[in-house]
Write a protein that binds this ligand. Structure first.
Ligand code: 0L1
Ligand code: MG
Length: 265
């Protein structure tokens, strides 16, 4: 669906979303104030937001696919995936203490991340093309944080909020994708030593490379491509799990090792 908002309104909303993200402040979902907002408007706001972060000195390091598993779509009440951008300021090291003071209502997701060694272009990008362009895969935890009141949103508002991107942590064992069956890897997510979610990687659109192909095709709709050397997270394999200061989280991936983080004030 085409965009409905003027470029002035897109600028105004981008600034509002940027301030909510930077100050960890909730705002009502955008569709309450702009009921006509479309997903296309959401991507125009996201592109504007990306320009603002890059102009402030952050570096684009990759992309993420979101809402790629049935568990996530059901949890959030939406029916389509989305994409978001990742900057160096969102990256955190494995085993680090992640501050929640600058987040609104963080949740964790375990994801397979891809690192590419060739440019990828849509439309028509396929999982096979993604695998051919993949240097290696590694396990990751994404910390998402919707800036909307009560974590309530619709797809257009979520896309405008950079698909709830906040922090991400790569780790575990990097592996060549061709050495693995990326559909059937088991994943166990533990919080404070308790298993809180279990799933297999096929939960991500049947194969995580499908999510990366979807992302490349969405980029193509915006006249963009995925350059060689990109880090791409393919989407939460289980539902997202809320976290608070004091929590420790371990995501254990079959064949890919584990990623651990903890949360502090
Ligand atoms: O990475 C994700 O799947 C997040 C998508 C946006 C919805 C949410 O905030 O849970
Ligand atoms: Mg995610």
């Amino acid at each position: 669906m085409a965009g409905t908002l003027t470029s002035n309104v897109i600028d105004q909303i981008s600034e509002q979303v940027e301030q909510a993200q930077r100050q960890a402040r909730v705002i009502p979902k955008l569709s309450e104030q702009w009921p006509e907002i479309t997903v296309s408007d959401g991507y125009a706001i996201q592109a504007n937001l990306r320009r603002r972060y890059l102009a402030s000195g952050e570096r684009l390091v990759g992309w993420k696919a979101g809402l790629t598993s049935r568990a996530k779509m059901k949890q959030m009440g939406v029916h389509h995936p989305c994409i978001g951008f990742l900057t160096d300021a969102m990256a955190r090291p494995e085993n680090s203490a992640i501050s929640t003071g600058d987040l609104v209502h963080p949740r964790v997701e375990c994801e397979v991340a891809f690192v590419t060694s060739k440019d990828l272009r849509g439309p028509g990008c396929t999982a096979e093309a993604v695998l051919n362009a993949t240097d290696y895969v590694l396990p990751a935890i994404e910390i998402i944080d919707s800036r909307y009141t009560g974590f309530k949103f619709d797809l257009a508002s979520t896309v405008a909020d950079n698909c709830s991107s906040a922090r991400f942590v790569g780790g575990g064992r990097a592996r060549y994708a061709e050495e693995l069956d990326l559909r059937t890897l088991g994943v166990v997510l533990e919080k404070n030593g308790e298993i809180v979610a279990v799933a297999a990687t096929a939960a991500v659109l049947g194969h995580p490379a499908e999510a990366v192909a979807m992302l490349v095709n969405v980029l193509a709709e915006q006249g963009e491509m995925l350059p060689s050397g990109s880090f791409v997270m393919s989407g939460g394999i289980t539902e997202a799990i809320p976290v608070s200061p004091g929590d420790s989280v371990v995501a254990r991936f079959q064949e890919l090792g584990s990623v651990s983080i903890r949360f502090v004030e």
